[in-house]
Design a protein. Structure first.
Length: 130
């Protein structure tokens, strides 16, 4: 797969299979457990550890954004553009918020020798369908 090579990743069988699940379709948010279940449904033999490792490799290569919703749960976003998120707590679901919907004023200066790369806003909500 060309996208893997362009990102500097060797296109192994497992990376290609997981990339096809992630990127063949509209942008979305997925946890490692969700992607692992999708792989199992498609009879792709990968361990959960391999899914985690691959997601982190894709993130480091700039193919995904990681959205941390708490200390033990992250989602991976196939849309790497600058935008923010709602996290629906009782559905464990992430929804995009356009960047233009949020204005952030008064950011502190980055520590000496560092630069702010981006700001992630995650607004926690609950569905009325509880």
């Amino acid at each position: 797969m060309a996208v893997l090579r362009m990102a500097g990743l060797r296109p192994t069988r497992q990376r290609i299979a997981l990339a096809e699940l992630l990127f063949d379709g509209p942008h979305r948010h997925v946890s490692a457990e969700q992607l692992h279940a999708e792989a199992a449904d498609e009879r792709i033999g990968v361990s959960l550890a391999t899914v985690y490792n691959t997601l982190h490799q894709f993130r480091e290569a700039g193919l995904l954004r990681e959205i941390s919703v708490d200390a033990s749960r992250s989602y991976f976003d196939t849309d790497t553009s600058d935008h923010h998120h709602f996290y629906v707590e009782n559905e464990q679901r992430v929804i995009d918020i356009p960047t233009s919907s949020i204005r952030i004023d008064g950011l502190p200066e980055a520590p000496k020798g560092m630069a702010i790369t981006h700001v992630d806003v995650v607004i926690r909500v609950r569905s009325d369908k509880a």
